[in-house]
Design a protein around this ligand. Structure first.
Ligand SMILES: Nc1nc2c(ncn2[C@@H]2O[C@H](COP(=O)(O)OP(=O)(O)OP(=O)(O)O)[C@@H](O)[C@H]2O)c(=O)[nH]1
Ligand SMILES: [Mg+2]
Length: 463
């Protein structure tokens, strides 16, 4: 999509299918004129024509073509700049139903509107300076949001939390850059030397903030996309039983035959505002069975992809070679040992617990549900923990923001070194410029057009 902001665009803003209401949305300099030509206010009242009606007031009337009325609607004009895109916007609330909505859309196109591309309304809001790039991304995230915490983070971001944090950092770097520029312009005064303490202090402050943002980045992504949790272990230890417990439904087949689960089974579940993407896997063991081997390959792939592996062991049996192999394989990633079948154990934990060598573990019974609360609490804390409380801070929520923040941190670090090494004000100035540009990229001030297109193309049409 080339950025063409001259056109007046139109789209069906509500999801496809039958609904109580369906909204057609227009934006652009001709939005009001186009809608005005299609809309007849009830009773033909001239003051209720869309070209004359007061902004932000809904009016009742009809959409008509040459043959007569097509739908009874409510229409609202939102005059620039008090609209989603900061352009003139008209929304026509029709009776839901694809046929009606498509007819209204075609009528608008017949009058010179162009069909909007995915994300184009939000792109305009961004281009017209109503939102920065992090806020625009938050709009997309909110629409897709599938957990309460994810939604809360998006709403915070939409309200400008990350934007303000980044702007404050840019302000600090810009002040340093101004001092350095003065040093370059008046070399005889040695401004940079005189202000070394201040420059160092500001750069250290920026570094610290960026480090904090980067440290929270993984958490931001987990909150937004959900936490991928793979349930792994040798056959018959109770992986599928555990999945069913966590889902509170009998999703996966459970039998006393080892090798019951042949393929990965994935389900999502909400837990304390967090979304978990749970994957039950085929029990891992040596086998000649071709089907089972394929399943096991999938288990290993799921394990590698997961944010967290739950390694299930059978507490009622001795540790087997397969258990030991899996202990080794999961040692390098975030994992929790789940000692299952606690109900068969009585009071005392299995003798081999000491051999887990301090790896985090919980005892549960997938059959009675004992220990499940502790297991859930552990996952929740693990996902959200860090050295700082989660939702008190602005959060980086996607890889694009993270990469730009990393680049900014790298540039500021390099400026800091240039300062210490007395490498000269010009080099310092270059690093600062690079840092500023990377910070600008986070909020979209210095973002290339093709990247913008990619970001907005992930939106739905009508957003
Ligand atoms: N007593 C007891 N039995 C359990 C528990 N969890 C699972 N089982 C039993 O262990 C057997 C295997 O359970 P599954 O959940 O199918 O085990 P799995 O790890 O998914 O097995 P595969 O799919 O073959 O790899 C079944 O007979 C379950 O009823 C538990 O906590 N206590
Ligand atoms: Mg199973």
């Amino acid at each position: 999509m080339a950025i063409r902001s001259e056109d007046t665009i139109v789209a069906i803003a509500t999801p496809p299918g039958v609904g109580g209401v369906g909204i057609v949305r227009l934006s652009g300099s001709r939005a009001v004129a186009i809608a005005d030509a299609l809309f007849r206010p009830e009773g033909g009242k001239a003051e209720n024509r869309l070209s004359r009606v007061e902004s932000h007031r809904m009016v009742y009337g009809w959409i008509e073509n040459e043959e007569g009325p097509i739908d009874e609607v409510l229409a609202v004009v939102m005059r620039a700049p008090r609209s989603y895109t900061r352009e003139d916007v008209v929304e026509v609330h029709c009776h839901g139903g694809m046929l009606i909505l498509t007819m209204v859309l075609e009528l608008a196109c017949g009058r010179g509107a162009r069909m909007a591309e995915a994300g184009e309304f939000t792109l305009r809001a961004f281009l017209n300076g109503r939102v920065d790039l992090t806020q625009a991304e938050a709009v997309g995230d909110m629409v897709r949001s599938r957990s309460a915490l994810g939604l809360r983070v998006s709403v915070d971001q939409l309200r400008g939390r990350l934007y303000e944090e980044i702007k404050a950092l840019s302000g600090q770097v810009a002040q340093v850059a101004a001092l350095v520029a003065a040093g370059i312009d008046f070399p005889e005064e040695d401004v940079v030397f005189a202000h070394r303490g201040e420059i160092r202090g500001r750069l250290d402050g920026v570094q610290e903030k960026l480090a904090g943002l980067l440290a929270g980045a993984g958490r931001g992504r987990i909150i937004r996309e959900g936490l991928a949790v793979a349930i792994v272990g040798r056959p018959n230890v109770g992986k599928s039983s555990l999945l069913n417990r966590l889902l509170r439904e009998n999703r996966a087949i459970v039998t006393d035959l080892p090798g019951t689960t042949r393929d990965t089974v994935e389900e999502t579940v909400q837990m304390g505002g967090l979304m978990l993407r749970l994957v039950d896997t085929a029990g891992i063991r040596h086998t000649a069975d071709r089907l089972e081997r394929e399943g096991i390959a999938r288990s290993r792939a799921a394990m590698a992809r997961a944010d967290l592996a739950l390694l299930v062991l059978d507490g009622a049996e001795p540790l087997s070679d397969e258990d030991w192999t899996l202990m080794g394989e999961t040692a390098g990633q975030a994992s929790l040992v789940v000692v299952n079948k606690a109900d068969l154990l009585g009071e005392s934990p299995p003798g081999w617990m000491a051999q887990l060598k301090g790896r985090p573990s919980v005892m549960v019974s997938a059959v009675t549900g004992a220990g499940l609360e502790a297991l859930e609490a552990w996952i929740h804390d693990w996902a959200l923990s860090g050295d700082r409380p989660v939702l008190e801070d602005a959060l980086i929520t996607n890889l694009r923001q993270e990469n730009a923040a990393r680049e900014a941190a790298e540039a500021i670090g390099s400026a800091r070194e240039a300062l210490e090494a007395g490498l000269g004000d010009e080099l310092l100035a270059i690093d600062l410029e690079r840092g500023l540009s990377a910070l600008g990229a986070i909020v979209g001030e210095t973002t290339a057009e093709d990247l913008l297109n990619r970001i907005f193309a992930e939106f739905c049409i009508g957003k």
